[in-house]
Design a protein around this ligand. Structure first.
Ligand SMILES: Cc1cc2nc3c(=O)[nH]c(=O)nc-3n(C[C@H](O)[C@H](O)[C@H](O)COP(=O)(O)OP(=O)(O)OC[C@H]3O[C@@H](n4cnc5c(N)ncnc54)[C@H](O)[C@@H]3O)c2cc1C
Length: 382
């Protein structure tokens, strides 16, 4: 008899959410992570308001700012400001946010083992994981929420075919970083063929980063340094500088075997317009727990991929259409597109509504039936 009903590898938003809901559902759950918590995660920490609604506890204690202003610039030349009137996203530092999610998983009854780098994983009438220190654990089911590199998913043979891009981030602190960016997110566009740089305000830090196609990873640090200089922040102290991948599932990639499933970034559940993944990580963690709880009763994870296809993929596919349109128009006609974006409120009002959970990308795309075909022509697959 396995020691646990479920093992969750990775205590990020996907893993901690899955673990909390599994434990709350009565399952015996072990969560392991290679890191000691709280741990740093390279991330802008921009959390759309809709994410909060998926969590059954408040997150106010880790919210460092809430933004209602979007300041959009094109290569440091054209820029415009849109005011959404009320916050559309919270800003968090991931060490504190993820520690809060993990704390709730532990309170629900999940056991946590930090500092456990899973090196071996197998599936054979149950699942087993092991690290290099002699630690081994067994369970009925395995949730791989091990992030965009997903080493454990790959050991099982899942996730090799998921598309990816590159991102780089610096956290600035000190006097120069105390300039007033409260309530304001800065976005810098104009990269070819797509991508954007950002500045997100935190309580004592400024998070500045960039996301670009994978082939352009080598340019990221240089572009961020130049962006920091352009903002007049070169005097600020760099607290952390780190890169990481983001992955995109485009549909059809396998996410589960009989006893193992991928959730969050491991499954490529990030969108190709904003490149954000935290809300999808939380959502897929919930779908994962529901399927594992069901499997503990009637065996098999066959429904997991179906549920992701029904509940998450329409949103990711619609975000991709919007992303192709947005970046494609910027590439072909930057001036008219920036002018139109600044003058006509529809695009950004729809974006704010999606961020707040009052609309969805799928609903917005469905309003313009020709959009998917146009988008495909705008920007070829990355
Ligand atoms: C630079 C950057 C900026 C971003 N900005 C945003 C943003 O502003 N908003 C947003 O929504 N999304 C953003 N994202 C994406 C977001 O960070 C991810 O979508 C999110 O972290 C996914 O959560 P997760 O739980 O799936 O994985 P993660 O948060 O990556 O957690 C995975 C966990 O697995 C653990 N792990 C990995 N391998 C092993 C192993 N072998 N054994 C044990 N444990 C292991 C890791 O230590 C980690 O704690 C950004 C990403 C990057 C790279």
């Amino acid at each position: 008899m396995p020691e646990f009903d479920a093992i969750v590898v990775g205590a990020g938003p996907a893993g901690s959410t899955a673990a909390r809901e599994l434990a709350a559902g009565g399952a015996r759950v072990l969560v392991v992570d290679r890191a000691e918590f709280p741990r740093y995660k390279a991330c802008g920490g921009g959390i759309p308001l809709r994410t909060e609604r998926m969590l059954p506890f408040p997150i106010d204690q880790v919210v460092e700012d809430s933004v209602s202003l979007l300041d959009v610039g094109w290569r440091g030349r054209m820029r415009f400001l849109r005011d959404s009137g009320e916050p559309f996203a919270h800003m968090v530092m991931r060490d504190r946010f993820d520690a809060l999610l993990l704390e709730h998983a532990k309170r629900a009854g999940a056991e946590f083992r930090p500092g456990t780098v899973v090196r071996r994983a197998s599936e054979n009438g149950g699942v087993a994981i092991a690290d290099d220190s002699g630690f081994r654990a067994t369970a009925e089911y395995l949730v791989c929420a091990d992030g965009a590199h997903s080493p454990v998913g790959k050991l099982i043979g899942l996730g090799h075919d998921i598309a990816e891009c590159a991102a780089w981030e610096v956290e600035l602190r000190g006097a120069a970083a105390q300039r007033d960016y409260r309530a304001r997110a800065l976005i810098e566009v104009g990269f070819n063929p797509w991508g954007y740089a950002w500045l997100f305000p935190k309580e004592t830090l400024l998070s500045i980063g960039i996301v670009l196609p994978r082939e352009q990873a080598g340019r990221m640090k240089r572009i961020v340094d130049a962006y920091v200089r352009r903002l007049g922040l070169e005097g600020a102290e760099t607290a952390v500088a780190k890169g990481h991948k983001i992955r995109f599932r485009r549909g059809g990639e396998r996410l589960a075997t009989g006893r193992v499933l991928l959730a969050g970034d491991a499954a490529g559940l990030a969108d190709e317009f904003t490149e954000e993944g935290i809300s999808y990580a939380v959502h897929s963690g919930r779908i994962a727990s529901r399927n594992v709880l069901r499997a503990l009763d009637d065996g098999g994870l066959a429904g997991y991929e179906r549920d992701i296809d029904r509940e998450v993929m329409p949103e990711l596919k619609a975000a991709r259409v919007i992303g192709y349109m947005f970046y494609g128009m910027l590439r072909r006609a930057p001036r008219p597109w920036m002018f139109a974006s600044a003058r006509f409120p529809y695009l950004w009002d729809a974006f704010f509504a999606v961020q707040r959970g009052e609309s969805s990308y799928a609903r917005e795309v469905a309003r313009v039936p020709v959009l998917p075909a146009m988008a495909e022509r705008m920007l070829r697959p990355r």
